[in-house]
Design a protein around this ligand. Structure first.
Ligand code: GLY
Ligand code: MN
Ligand code: MN
Length: 438
């Protein structure tokens, strides 16, 4: 558990205050098979993490509100000596009560039977379909089973995610502390990767530096598969093959951040593999850096994020016209989305327990508020196409930082990772002259 059980209890009580009389049911993510009987490392559903910190699969949380009483019930994998010898300790029903402050706890094996009691004659059920097909089916089946018993299936089913996401959107001080530590670890990994880079290495070797540094500092894993794109791979937005050789004269774009104590960090830096930007690379890099810094300065409480995105589009378009990579009237290019040939994604997204956090809240529509954490990640990706001057083809640059909105402005959580041309050029490859950075 990342926080004290009281922290999760407070969150549950806050949700209960906002909900109608009824019941909230939160299913865990199903496990996924990697090969035969081997599973992918398990990642708990983010809403369960937010409301309990409980990490085991095959779990269901239930929060019931009636007459302003709140009851928290956990259905968890029971103790099983044989299973625990092979796969490790479980909290069990006793642990759920003692360590996770469940008012009641049961084995998950009794969930299908108890479900009927839980939802019978409730007016409102808060449940998100599509997370766990097995639990979806049990809920759907309970309708006819209740009918047989002459009981009422909930009259109203509400997706709780928009409500939960509103809570998760604003980070509390204890969450910010965790994200600061995750940022430090991710910055350290990027610094070492930049310092270790030299022509002739492979993208997977760079990837391995991140894995090593994340885990060495107590992060569970990379928050998303690290994007290590050298040369023309840098223009593939979600390139994760990470197989190619780092060539002298190319750029390397790395988008990588750790998951530390359940919270994601998301950072991108781009650097020249041989330690020196070419003139064309420098021109593109300077545009992205300038626009990113401008957007960070403007990323404060009261601003609509969509307006900031539009500002970014305008500035990138303006600069690409100056470089003759775009031509024509700026308003027309923006209107016709001609800039999307070079900048085709959003300026940023919410960050938190998920990398693309709180999916039901489109950030573009939002007015920024203190406690939100967003990424600012403009980029320019030049396709390898005949009408583009050869020296610009295949250049891809993105720079991404994680910004906490505060009462007085903002705090760049990842600011300590250098990004000026001068600092970057000094850092690249510097580990090869030192004894060791690891
Ligand atoms: N790493 C994914 C993103 O930047 O959105
Ligand atoms: Mn990223
Ligand atoms: Mn991002």
């Amino acid at each position: 558990m990342v926080f004290a059980p009281e922290v999760y209890q407070k969150r549950r009580n806050l949700f209960a205050k906002k909900m109608k009389e009824g019941v909230l049911i939160l299913p865990s993510n199903p496990e996924s098979i990697m090969s035969n009987d081997v599973h992918y490392p398990y990642r708990q559903n983010s809403n369960i993490l937010y409301f309990s910190g409980f990490k085991e699969p095959n779990t269901v949380l239930v929060l019931e509100k009636s007459n302003d009483n709140v009851k928290f019930t956990m259905f968890v994998p029971p103790h099983d000596p044989k299973f625990e010898i092979w796969n490790g300790r479980r909290q069990g029903v006793d642990g759920a009560k003692k360590n996770f402050f469940a008012d009641e706890a049961f084995s998950i094996e009794s969930f299908s039977e108890k479900l009927l009691e839980i939802i019978a004659d409730q007016n409102v059920l808060y449940y998100t379909f599509g997370i766990n097909p097995e639990i979806d089916q049990l809920i759907l089946n309970s309708k006819s089973k209740l009918k047989e018993k002459r009981k009422q299936f909930p009259l109203e089913i509400i997706d709780p995610e928009p409500m939960i996401h509103e809570m998760r959107l604003i980070k509390q001080p204890e969450e910010i502390e965790i994200m600061k530590k995750g940022s430090e670890i991710s910055i350290h990994a990027h610094l070492n990767a930049i310092k270790m880079t030299r022509p002739g290495m492979y993208e997977y070797e760079i990837d391995a530096i991140y894995e090593y540094e994340f885990k060495r500092h107590g992060a569970k894993r990379a928050a998303y598969p690290s994007i290590v794109g050298s040369g023309k791979n840098a223009v593939i937005l979600h390139y994760i093959e990470n197989n190619d050789r780092l060539e002298d004269g190319d750029l390397l774009l790395v988008d990588a951040g750790c998951e530390y104590n359940d919270y994601a960090i998301d950072i991108t830096r781009t650097w020249p593999i041989n330690g020196k930007f070419s003139d064309e690379q420098k021109k593109i890099y300077e545009i992205v850096l300038t626009v990113q810094n401008e957007c960070i300065d403007k990323c404060v409480s009261g601003i609509k994020f969509g307006d900031l995105h539009n500002y970014c589009v305008k500035r990138i378009t303006e600069e690409l016209i100056k470089l003759n990579l775009l031509s024509g009237d700026i308003d027309e290019i923006i209107e016709n989305e001609g800039y999307k040939r070079f900048f085709m994604h959003g300026l940023g997204h919410n960050l938190g327990i998920d990398t693309h956090d709180v999916s039901t809240i489109p950030l573009k529509e939002r007015i920024l508020k203190p406690g939100m954490v967003v990424t600012i990640e403009p980029g320019i990706y030049i396709p390898d196409e005949p009408d583009i001057p050869e020296s610009y083809r295949g250049i891809g640059v993105r720079i991404e930082d994680d910004i906490l909105i505060t009462e007085t402005g903002n705090l760049n959580l990842t600011e300590k990772l250098p990004k000026s041309i001068k600092e970057i050029e000094k850092l690249v490859g510097s580990a090869h002259s030192a004894t060791s950075v690891l």
